[in-house]
Ligand binder design. Structure first.
Ligand code: SF4
Ligand code: SF4
Length: 121
């Protein structure tokens, strides 16, 4: 690297400021294909358990009897494999990050299966 190029880089970095952000106070810019966190369209889920079986970190738990699907956010490594194997394509990689926390966070989604008509209640 020539002295001139090095000096240019040095001056540019001197006045640029930090490249890091004070997360979570300051949010980092995300892009369309950012691997942020897994989302689910729970109404389309059939609780087949495919995502649970294929998840390499055992982050997902499904319960067919309770029609619930849950994910341990800190276990997820954002590989996206669950979105690929889901037969209903109801899992998606959202481009925003999970909120920071001190403990392990399990997000639980329950499908409402109450098909009772108003006259039956
Ligand atoms: S693979 Fe898809 S349909 Fe099956 S339990 Fe997971 S999210 Fe639901
Ligand atoms: S993205 Fe990967 S690690 Fe995260 S829940 Fe899906 S399969 Fe598991």
């Amino acid at each position: 690297m020539s002295i001139l190029r090095m000096t240019k880089t040095l001056i540019k970095n001197l006045f640029h400021g930090p490249f890091t952000v004070s997360y979570p106070i300051e949010k980092k810019e995300t892009f369309d294909r950012t691997r942020g966190s897994i989302g689910i369209s729970i109404d389309d889920c059939i609780f087949c358990g495919m995502c649970e079986r294929r998840c390499p970190t055992n982050a997902i738990h499904t319960d067919k009897a309770r029609t619930s699907w849950s994910i341990e956010r800190l276990k997820c490594i954002q590989c996206g494999y669950c979105t690929e194997v889901c037969p209903k394509k109801c899992l998606m990689m959202e481009n925003h990050y999970t909120e920071p926390s001190f403990g392990n966070v399990r997000d639980v989604h329950v499908k409402c299966t109450n098909t009772q008509s108003p006259s039956e209640s």
